[in-house]
Design a protein around this ligand. Structure first.
Ligand SMILES: Nc1nc2c(ncn2[C@@H]2O[C@H](COP(=O)(O)OP(=O)(O)O)[C@@H](O)[C@H]2O)c(=O)[nH]1
Ligand SMILES: [Mg+2]
Length: 304
């Protein structure tokens, strides 16, 4: 199949072609860039929501609930689930799969897991490209669930139109630590697991940390994904953001496009750097050892 044909069948929503295209992107094949350029005019219709927050707070469970809610509205849903795959926590992938299994045979749902291992620039890049593919394939809502493990989460949700941050009761101290990143990026803060103690305190905590920043007025909600409580309110809040997006709000659209440009550019720069630095670094190291250069000099030369 040539790239033009592949682009055509992706745009017609053919699942096997979408799967093939995503694999091209993940492997960072040159063909992927060509494919995405061919599909560029087909994108811009899907609303992209980033779902982030520490591991175990119930992101996957909530995503599963959101899939159901959007399917009930007759919309097509794409999910990019970034798994904290490592030799140690390799089980996470299976967990997410099982949690979203109820949608596995639904033709209106497309779920793709991506490994988070590897350098973070590459992860945000490939996520941005997979999102573009899902968008071109006609997904109305695209959910990105991050691994919840660090800076790469912030980069990944930077490519979304809007961001939902998920916490759970009893994270008082953690939230202080997380403040720098997570408390600035959310449009919606969810305290999940309201069926366990401490949810109200957590809501107050978040309000004081997220509410006071700049001119933002994020929504803070209490839900139980497990018991299905508070989900209507959550969907309503997301729908308000999606309505803004559909009306053509340039703010939301610029945020996503800006994030995508930044992540693609960063990825390109790093790839170029990796290609050219390998051959030069040995020579520079020798010069440092011979006292001809300092480490700083050498680094400056290598980064030019
Ligand atoms: N009690 C309670 N447990 C929940 C709720 N939502 C999710 N969980 C459980 O929390 C655990 C982690 O959920 P998961 O969705 O995998 O979290 P993630 O790591 O953020 O994706 C699982 O055992 C879920 O069944 C909830 O509303 N209440
Ligand atoms: Mg998860």
């Amino acid at each position: 199949v040539n790239t033009k044909q592949l682009a055509k069948s992706v745009a017609s929503g053919e699942r096997s072609s979408l799967a093939r295209a995503i694999t091209l992107v993940e492997n960072n094949e040159e063909e992927a860039v060509l494919l995405l350029d061919l599909l560029a005019k087909k994108t811009g219709g899907g609303f992209v929501l980033g779902v982030t927050g520490p591991p175990g707070t119930g992101k996957s469970t909530l995503v599963d609930r959101l899939i159901s809610a959007y399917r009930a509205k007759g919309l097509k849903v794409g999910v990019v689930a970034i798994d904290p795959t490592s030799p140690i926590s390799g089980g996470a992938l299976l967990g997410d799969r099982i949690r979203m299994m109820s949608h596995a045979t639904d033709q209106g749902v497309y779920i793709r897991s991506m490994a988070s291992r590897g350098w973070s620039g590459g992860l945000a890049r490939s996520t941005a490209q997979v999102v573009q593919l899902m968008d071109a394939a006609g997904m109305d809502v695209i959910l990105i669930e991050t691994a919840g493990i660090g800076q790469s989460d912030i980069e990944v949700v930077g490519i979304a139109h809007a961001v939902m941050v998920v916490f759970m009761p009893g994270m008082g101290d953690d939230i202080q630590v997380l403040k720098a990143g997570l408390m600035e990026i959310g449009d919606i803060y969810v305290v999940n697991k309201s069926d366990i103690e401490g949810a109200d305190l957590m809501v107050i905590n978040i309000m004081s940390l997220a509410g006071n920043t700049k001119s933002r007025a994020p929504v803070v909600l209490k839900v139980s994904a497990l018991k299905g409580e508070g989900l209507d309110g959550l969907v309503e809040s997301i729908e308000q953001l999606r309505a803004k997006f559909s009306e053509g709000s340039s703010g939301l659209r610029i945020r996503s496009v800006r994030g995508m440009i930044l992540e693609l550019a960063k990825s390109n720069i790093l790839e170029d750097f990796k290609r050219t630095s390998e051959s030069r670094v040995d020579k520079l190291a020798l010069e440092v050892l011979n006292g001809k250069l300092t480490v700083n000099d050498a680094a400056r030369r290598l980064s030019k």
